[in-house]
Design a protein around this ligand. Structure first.
Ligand SMILES: Cc1cc2nc3c(=O)[nH]c(=O)nc-3n(C[C@H](O)[C@H](O)[C@H](O)COP(=O)(O)OP(=O)(O)OC[C@H]3O[C@@H](n4cnc5c(N)ncnc54)[C@H](O)[C@@H]3O)c2cc1C
Ligand code: FES
Length: 501
C-alpha cells in the first residue's frame, strides 16, 4: 500500500503563530494562506491596511507548498488553450499576470536555497501533441516569447516534437511560502493557523465572518481558498478539481538540467531539485479528477514504475499529491465573487500553473480593495467565459451523473464489509450512506455524504481520504475536512454499530 503524503519540500513551521482574538476587527480579512492569500496579505499590509489571514491548516499546507515549483511562461500548451477558449487578449492578460508574479517570486527567492535558472521544455509523444505544440509556439511567439522548436537529448525516451524557452527558473515551494509569510508579517499582517472560515455576512460597515474559532469583522474579504469556500458566485460549478501525484527520486547526480512537461498524453512533469543535501529528480503525473478514480494507489504505483524504468538507479524518497482547479475556459478568475459584491474578492482556476499567476492575483486583489483592479485583471474579466457555455453544460451534466451513480453504486454494494487495512468502502448501514475504512487497525465509520452539496464520497486508497467526485472536497479518513468547497467535516457514525456487533 502506498501512502502519498510526504512532500520533499519542507514548508517552514509557522513558529510565530498569531493568536486568535474573538471579535477582532481588520481592514482586510484574507481567507487562505497559500501563494494567493499570502501575496494579497503582504501587498495589502505593505500599503498600511490592517490585515488578518486565517487558514484552516497552516501557510502552504495545501497546493502551494506541494507544487513542483517551476516558474515558466512555457506551460505545456496553456497559452494556446486559453486563446482557443477565450481570446488572444485574455491569453496576453494571463501572460502579463505570470510575468508580474514571476518577478515577485524571483525577488523573494533568488537569494535563497532551491532557486535555479533552467530552460523549460514542452514535449509531445503523440501526433495530437505535435499539433498542439505547433499552436502553442505560434501563440507564444505572437505574444513575444522566444519559444523555439528543439530536441531533448537529456530525456532517456523518444519524443515526437519539443519546444524550449530559456532562462526560466525553479524554486523550492517551501521557501516561497516562508518568504511570503515573512513579507506579510514584516508589514504587520497577522496569520492565524487552524482557523476555518465558514460564512460571510454583509453588514452596514463591512463583513462579519464566521470562523471555527469565532467571529471576525472586516472591511473587505479576500477569498484565496483554492476553490472559493463560499457558494455565492457558483464558482464551484465552473471549476474542475484534479489531483496529481508527485514523487522525488534521489540520485548520485542530477539526471536532468531542464524542466519538462509532456502534452496531450498521460501528462508527466519532470524537473531536477537539490534538496536535503542531495540531487533529486521530481516526477509528477497520475492526473485524475478528484473522487473519480477507482484506485489512486494504482496511479501512484504506475508513476513510480514509469520513472524507475526511464531513470534506473534512482531511489524513491518522497511521494505526495495535491490538487488544483481549472475553469471551463482555462483562464483563472480574479475579481469580485459575483457582480455587485465588490467587498468579497476571489482568485481561482490556476490549473496547476498558479504559482506565478496566484502571486500576481493576490497583489491584484489587494490593489482592487484599496483602489482599482490592474489592467490585466480587467482585460481578463472582459474576455472570460465567452465560448464556454457548451463546456459548462457538459461539466455539470457529468456532475449530475456522478451524483446519481455514486448513490446507485453504494446501493449495489449494500452494507460495507470490514475493509482490509488501508481500504475503505461506501454502502448503506441502517439506511444511511456510510463510509467504512480501516486505518492502523482501527475501523472508522463516517457519513459518506459530502457536506457541500451531498455528493457520494469515494475512498482514496493512496491518501486514505474520502473524496467527493462532484466539486473536489476531501475529508480525512475520520471525517475531518481537508479541502474543497465543503466547509464542515463529515458526520461520524461512531454511534452506529457495525455489522456483527
Ligand atoms: C501537483 C501540482 C503541481 C504544481 N506545480 C506547479 C508548478 O510547478 N508551477 C506552478 O506555477 N504551479 C504549479 N501548481 C499550481 C500551483 O501550486 C497552484 O495554482 C497555487 O499554489 C494555488 O495557490 P492558492 O493560494 O490559490 O491555493 P492553496 O495553496 O491551496 O491555498 C489555499 C489555502 O486556503 C486554505 N483554506 C481552504 N479553505 C479554507 C477555509 N474555509 N478557511 C480557511 N482557510 C481555508 C487552505 O488550507 C490553503 O492553505 C501545481 C499544482 C499541483 C496540484
Ligand atoms: S464538493 Fe460539492 S458536493 Fe461534494
Amino acid at each position: 500500500m502506498t501512502t502519498a503524503n510526504a512532500p520533499l519540500w519542507a514548508v517552514a513551521p509557522d513558529d510565530r503563530r498569531d493568536a486568535f482574538v474573538p471579535d477582532a476587527h481588520c481592514d482586510v480579512l484574507v481567507v487562505g494562506a497559500g501563494a494567493t492569500g499570502l501575496a494579497a496579505a503582504a501587498s495589502a499590509a505593505e500599503h498600511h491596511a490592517d490585515v488578518i489571514v486565517v487558514d484552516a491548516h497552516h501557510p502552504g499546507a495545501l497546493t502551494s507548498g506541494r507544487s513542483t515549483g517551476k516558474i515558466t511562461f512555457l506551460q505545456g500548451v496553456r497559452l494556446s488553450t486559453i486563446r482557443d477558449r477565450t481570446s488572444m487578449e485574455v491569453a496576453a492578460a494571463y501572460l502579463d499576470a505570470t510575468r508580474i508574479g514571476a518577478e515577485r517570486i524571483r525577488a523573494l527567492c533568488a537569494d535563497g536555497p532551491g532557486y535555479e535558472v533552467a530552460p523549460a521544455y514542452s514535449y509531445a509523444t503523440t501526433e495530437p501533441g505535435v499539433d498542439a505544440l505547433a499552436a502553442e509556439r505560434q501563440v507564444a511567439n505572437d505574444l513575444g516569447l522566444p519559444v523555439v522548436d528543439t530536441s531533448t537529448p537529456e530525456l532517456p525516451f523518444d519524443v515526437s516534437a519539443a519546444l524550449r524557452l530559456d532562462d526560466q527558473f525553479m524554486i523550492d515551494p517551501g521557501v516561497l511560502v516562508g518568504r511570503l509569510v515573512s513579507s506579510a508579517r514584516q508589514h504587520g499582517a497577522r496569520i492565524i493557523s487552524g482557523c476555518t472560515a465558514t460564512a460571510v455576512h454583509a453588514s452596514d460597515d463591512g463583513y462579519d465572518i464566521e470562523t471555527g474559532l469565532g467571529p471576525i469583522r472586516a472591511g473587505a474579504v479576500i477569498v484565496a481558498t483554492g476553490t472559493p469556500f463560499l457558494n455565492r458566485g457558483m464558482h464551484f460549478a465552473r471549476l474542475e478539481a484534479s489531483r496529481s501525484f508527485v514523487a522525488a527520486f534521489r540520485g548520485e547526480t542530477a539526471p536532468l538540467r531542464g524542466m519538462y512537461l509532456s502534452v496531450a498524453d498521460d501528462t508527466k512533469s519532470l524537473r531536477p531539485a537539490h534538496a536535503h543535501g542531495a540531487d533529486h529528480l521530481i516526477v509528477s503525473g497520475g492526473h485524475h479528477l478528484v473522487g473519480r478514480s477507482d484506485s489512486p494507489a494504482q496511479r501512484v504505483a504506475a508513476l513510480h514504475e514509469w520513472a524507475s524504468a526511464q531513470f534506473p538507479g534512482l531511489r524513491l524518497t518522497h511521494t505526495w499529491a495535491a490538487q488544483d482547479y481549472e475553469s471551463t475556459d482555462a483562464a483563472p478568475y480574479v475579481g469580485p465573487i459575483h457582480l455587485g459584491e465588490n467587498g468579497i474578492l476571489v482568485a481561482t482556476g490556476f490549473a496547476k500553473w498558479g504559482l506565478a499567476a496566484s502571486v500576481a492575483a493576490g497583489i491584484a486583489l489587494a490593489e482592487s480593495v484599496r483602489d482599482d483592479a490592474p489592467s490585466w485583471v480587467k482585460q481578463m474579466q472582459a474576455g472570460k467565459g465567452r465560448g464556454d457555455a457548451g463546456r459548462l453544460v457538459a461539466r455539470n451534466a457529468e456532475v449530475v451523473a456522478q451524483l446519481v451513480s455514486g448513490a446507485a453504486h453504494a446501493t449495489m454494494e449494500g452494507s460495507p464489509d470490514e475493509p482490509a487495512e488501508g481500504q475503505g468502502a461506501v454502502g448503506f448501514e441502517h439506511g444511511r450512506l456510510t463510509g467504512v475504512c480501516r486505518i492502523d487497525g482501527e475501523t472508522h465509520r463516517v457519513s459518506a455524504v459530502c457536506t457541500h452539496l451531498g455528493g457520494t464520497l469515494r475512498w482514496n486508497d493512496a491518501e486514505h481520504s474520502w473524496d467527493c467526485p462532484l466539486h473536489g472536497s476531501r475529508f480525512r479518513f475520520d471525517g475531518a475536512r481537508i479541502e474543497g468547497p465543503a466547509r464542515e467535516g463529515l458526520r461520524t457514525h461512531s454511534d452506529v454499530p457495525h455489522r456483527g456487533e
